[in-house]
Design a binder for this molecule. Structure first.
Ligand SMILES: Cc1cc2nc3c(=O)[nH]c(=O)nc-3n(C[C@H](O)[C@H](O)[C@H](O)COP(=O)(O)O)c2cc1C
Length: 184
């Protein structure tokens, strides 16, 4: 009887270790990637991740953008100079991303000069999005998506890109859910 008890306990322990290992390896099949210089896109990205149960990945520049860098009234500010140079690819400091297991990827960014910030080009050129559904979204002071979603798709060269959407800063969960469901 004691042997049977010990055997059953061993089986139970083995099963719980197996489950713990598997749980640690599992992650959502949805990822929200975003770049945000002043926090607006970040807060929308976090809401999307909350509502979808997605993982979050922030694109952090090696050289963080200061208020001076972001001054669009200054033709010599860093962002102005980057915008004027189509070959500019600001470096990313964030850890390398492993896309295994993600089949839907939201890609969020602020509109800069009517388009994507150059660091978004650095990001999309770096990874292979084959077979994945890519959902671009942006925030802005008022401009629409323009050609920014097309530029992301062209520069990525892989992935199934849906049409991009501008999302209002402070968008309600209800409106966000409606948008999320249109992409399903
Ligand atoms: C360099 C620069 C250029 C911008 N260009 C535009 C623009 O062309 N149209 C617009 O509506 N907003 C523009 N904006 C405003 C941002 O798109 C807006 O504030 C955005 O929500 C910021 O997102 P973030 O806080 O995630 O960085 C610009 C901002 C910066 C810093």
């Amino acid at each position: 009887m004691r042997k049977v008890f010990v055997f059953l306990m061993s089986c139970l322990m083995a099963l719980s270790v197996f489950c713990a290992v598997n749980a640690a390896e599992e992650h959502s099949d949805t990822l929200v990637v975003y770049f945000s210089a002043t926090g607006t896109t970040k807060s929308v990205a976090e809401k999307i991740a909350d509502l979808t149960g997605a993982d979050l990945y922030e694109i952090i520049p090696i050289q963080i953008y200061t208020a001076e860098d972001l001054n669009w009234n200054d033709r010599n500010s860093r962002t102005s100079i980057e915008t004027d140079d189509p070959s500019c690819r600001p470096e990313i400091a964030s850890d390398e991303l492993n896309l295994e297991g993600y089949d839907t990827i939201y890609v969020g960014y602020p509109i800069w000069w009517g388009d994507i910030p150059r660091i978004m080009s650095t990001f999309v050129e770096k990874y292979d999005f084959e077979e994945r559904t890519m959902i671009p979204f942006c925030t802005s002071g008022g401009s629409g998506v323009g050609q920014s979603d097309k530029h992301l798709e062209e520069q990525a060269g892989s992935g199934k890109w849906v049409k991009g959407t501008r999302l209002q800063a402070g968008i309600s969960n209800d409106d966000l859910l409606k948008w999320i469901n249109t992409n399903k």
